[in-house]
Design a protein around this ligand. Sequence first.
Ligand code: ATP
Ligand code: ATP
Ligand code: MG
Ligand code: MG
Length: 878
Amino acid sequence: MRILKIQTLRGPNYWSIRRHKLIVMRLDLENLAETPSNEIPGFYEGLVEALPSLEGHYCSPGCRGGFLMRVREGTMMGHIVEHVALELQELAGMHVGFGRTRETATPGVYQVVIEYINEEAGRYAGRAAVRLCQSIVDRGRYPKAELEQDIQDLKDFSREASLGPSTEAIIKEAEKRGIPWMPLAARFLIQLGYGVNQKRMQATMTDNTGILGVELACDKEATKRILAANGVPVPRGTVINFLDDLEESIEYVGGYPIVIKPLDGNHGRGITIDIRSWDEAEAAYEAARQVSRSIIVERYYVGRDHRVLVVDGKVVAVAERVPAHVIGDGRSSIAELITETNQDPNRGEGHDNVLTKIELDRTSYQLLERQGYTLNSVPPKGTLCYLRATANLSTGGSAVDRTDEIHPENVWLAQRVVRIIGLDIAGLDIVTTDISRPLRDVDGVIVEVNAAPGFRMHVAPSQGIPRNVAGAVMDMLFPNEKPSRIPILTVTGTNGKTTTTRLLAHIYKQTKKVVGYTTTDGTYIGDYLVEAGDNTGPQSAHVILQDPTVEVAVLESARGGILRSGLGFESANVGVVLNVAADHLGIGDIDTIEQLANLKSVVAEAVFPDGYAVLNADDHRVAAMAEKTKANIAYFTMNPDSDLVRKHIQKGGVAAVYENGYLSIVKGDWTHRIERAENIPLTMGGKAPFMIANALAASLAAFVQNVTIEQIRAGLRTFRASVSQTPGRMNLFNLGKYHALVDYAHNPASYEALGSFVRNWTTGQRIGVIGGPGDRRDEDFVTLGKLSADIFDYIIVKEDDDTRGRLRGSASDLIVQGITQVKPNSRFESILDETQAINKALDMAPDGSLVVILPESVNRAIKLIKVRGVQEEIQPQN
Ligand code: ATP
Ligand code: ATP
Ligand code: MG
Ligand code: MG
C-alpha cells in the first residue's frame, strides 16, 4: 500500500456538509488491489488481536461487530484503513465517528476519508492505520509496543494543540451560541465573530481589556497603593531593593509573621508566606530575588485563599483555593500519599487537566518541617498535611466553589476594586478566614488583582458547582444578540464566477457598506486590492473574514479550493450557483459532470436555513440542487416562461427573470423591473446573454439580502472594470472601422456563451482566432472546432507557444476536423503561430466586422491590438 496524497479539509466539503474536519487520503492498494480481507491468511485474527475495540464499529450491518463481520467476509483494505484510523484516534481520546471510502477511476486507488479532532493527529492516524494494516498483512500482527507508541503520539498531538482550559471554556461557549471563532496567526489570539463584528481574546483578556488596567494589576505595589488610597483593605507592606533594608521593613509591617514575594511575580513563584524567623526571612528574600529585583515585604494575614472573578463589573464566581495537601490514612508515608494522590486521573501536567500533579519545592520541605514531618513520616489518619504554602492550581492546589457564600458587602467591594483598577475581566485574590462575612469584620485583605485570570478553578472546581463564567464573557462581548457574523455571499459555477462576484460586490457597495471580496484575480477590500492572485480558497476567505473593517463578504468559490480544503467557513447567508459544465474533468478524482455538480452544490448546501441558495433555473443540474439544501431557494432564469420558476413563484418564492428586455425581480404578484439589459454595460448593450444571466444572479443575491431595487439598479448601471483589472474577460476594442474582442473562454460552455454574443454581432463579418491549451482532451479540440464553425464566418486556427507535450499541429488538426465535420465548406485556415494568426485576422478585418481572439497570452494579444491605434476600449463592464 502507498499513500499518494493526504489533504486536510476545513469546512463544508465534497464529502460532507456537516462534518467540517476531514482528512482525505488517496491510497494506492498496489498488490492488495485485488485482494479482499478474507483472502489474506490470518488478517482477521491479526486485526482483532491488535485492535479488539473494533468490535464497537457498526458499519453497514448496523450492529455491534458489524465492521469485523465485513472484515471476516471480505472487504477492501481502504475500507479497513478507514476504520483503523478512526479507532486509533478514539483510543487516544479523540471521539470521531465519520468515515467514507470510495474507489477512484484509477483501479486500486481509493479515497479514504476520516474525521479528525486535531489535524495533525488525523493525518498521523491515517498513516499509522496504513502501517498497522500493512504489518498485519505482512507478518500477521502489529507489535503492541508500536501501537502504544502510536496512541501516545496521538495524545501528544492533541495535548500540544490544546489551547488551555480558559480558552477552551470560551470557545465551547462561543460554539454553543453559534459564534464562529478562529485562531489568528500569532500570540495565541483567538478571533470570535467575523469582520467588523469580531472580538478578540487572548487567554482571558479581550480587546476591551485596557492596557492601563493590566499594567496596574501586574504591579502589585501600585495596585495596593491605589486601593489603600481608596480605603480598600490591603496587606500592610513595603517594597525593598536591598537585603540591608529587610530588618527595618519587617519592623515597619509590625513584625513576624510576614510574607516575602517578588514585586512582579505570578503563579506563586518566589513567594514565601508565614515567615516567623530571621533565617527564614533571609532565605525567602533570596528566593524572591530569583524572580524579581524588587521585593515586597508584607504582614502575613491568617486565612484561606479565595479567588473572586469579576466580569463586566459583576462578580460571577468565587472559589476557595486549597494548597496542595495530602490527608493521612495512618498507614502510608507522606511520600506514598503524594504518589497515590497524583494517580488521580483528574491530575495532569500543567493546565491540561482539571487538577495538576503535586510537585514539591523548597517551601514544601520547610512547611513539612514546621508541621513536624519529613517525607517518610506517617501522619495519623484524617490529618491534613500541607505540601505547598500557596494555593495555585498549577502547583497542585484544588478549588472549592464558594460563589453562593460570599457576603454581599464583599461582592460590592470586589466590584468596586475592579472598577478602580479598570479591568473588564479580573480575578481578585482575597485572604480571609470567612468569605461569608465582610472583610473588615474578620481582618481580611485583598492581596492582589489579576488581569487574565484563569477560569479552570471556576469551570471545573474540585468541589461544588461549576460556574459558566465563559457565558458571562460572551454576554459582555456580544450583548443582546449583537451580531457576531457578517453576511457571507458565495459564488460558484463553471463560468462567470469572477464576473458575478465583482458585480455583486459592486452592487453591495451601493449600500455604503465595506465589502470584502475574493476572486481568481485577487482579494479586495472596498476599492482596493489586498493581494493579487488566484484567491478563491479558504485562506483568502479568512483574509476577508478576519478584516476588522469588512461588513459584507462576497467570495468566489472555485472547485479546486472546495476540493482541496473545503469551504473554510461553516455556512453562508447566500450561495450562488451559476452553472455546471464540463471543465477540468479528470482532475482531483472528479471525473464526471455529476461529480462536478455534487462538488459545486456544496456552495448551495452550506447556506443557513434562513439564507438563500440562488440557483440557475435554466441549468437542470443546478436547479436540482434545490433538493439538497435546507436554505430558501431563489431562482434566476433567462426564460420568462420557465415552468419551474412559475411554480416556484406561485408557491411564494422569489426569482430574477429576464423578460421583455428587462432584468426583473418577481415576487408574489409583483414584477419589479430593475433595468433594461441595454442600459447595463456588462451585457454589452444587451448582446451578451450569459452576462445578462450573471447580472440576474448577482441582482437576486443582493435582493434576498435586502439590498433595494434602486441600489441594485445603480450598481448594474455603474459596474465598470478596466481591461487591466479583468484582462481576457470579454475585452472589446473599437479600432475605428472594426472591433476586436479578447476573451479566454476555455471550455465548451464558455465558447457557447461567447458565441451567443458573437451571433448578435450584425454589422459585419465575424472572424475567429481560435485554439486551446494542449493539455485538453482530443475531443475538446474537436468540440471547439464544431462550435466555432457555427459562430464565425471566417476562422484562423492557431496553437499555443507551449503545446504542453502535444505534437505541434495536432491540436489544430483536431480543431479543423471539428470545423469540417459541421460545415464542410467553412472558410478557414491554420496559422500555428499566435502572433501571426492575430495579425493576419486584424489585417484582413473588413468594415463593421468583429475579430474574436481566444489567445494563449492575453497581454500579447491586447498589445497587438493596441499598436493599431485603439480608439476606445469598450469593456463589457464599461
Ligand atoms: P497568582 O499568580 O496565583 O495570583 P502570585 O504569584 O501573583 O499568585 P500572590 O497572589 O500575591 O502571588 O500570592 C499568592 C498567594 O499567597 C495568595 O493567593 C495568598 O494565598 C498568599 N499570600 C500572599 N500574600 C499574603 C499575605 N500578605 N498574607 C497571607 N497570605 C498571602
Ligand atoms: P475561472 O474559472 O477562470 O475563475 P470564472 O468562472 O471566474 O472563471 P469569469 O472570469 O467571470 O469566469 O469569466 C470567464 C469567461 O467565461 C468569460 O470571459 C466568458 O467567456 C465566460 N462566461 C462568463 N459568464 C458565463 C456564463 N454565465 N456562462 C458561460 N460562460 C460565461
Ligand atoms: Mg495571586
Ligand atoms: Mg474566476
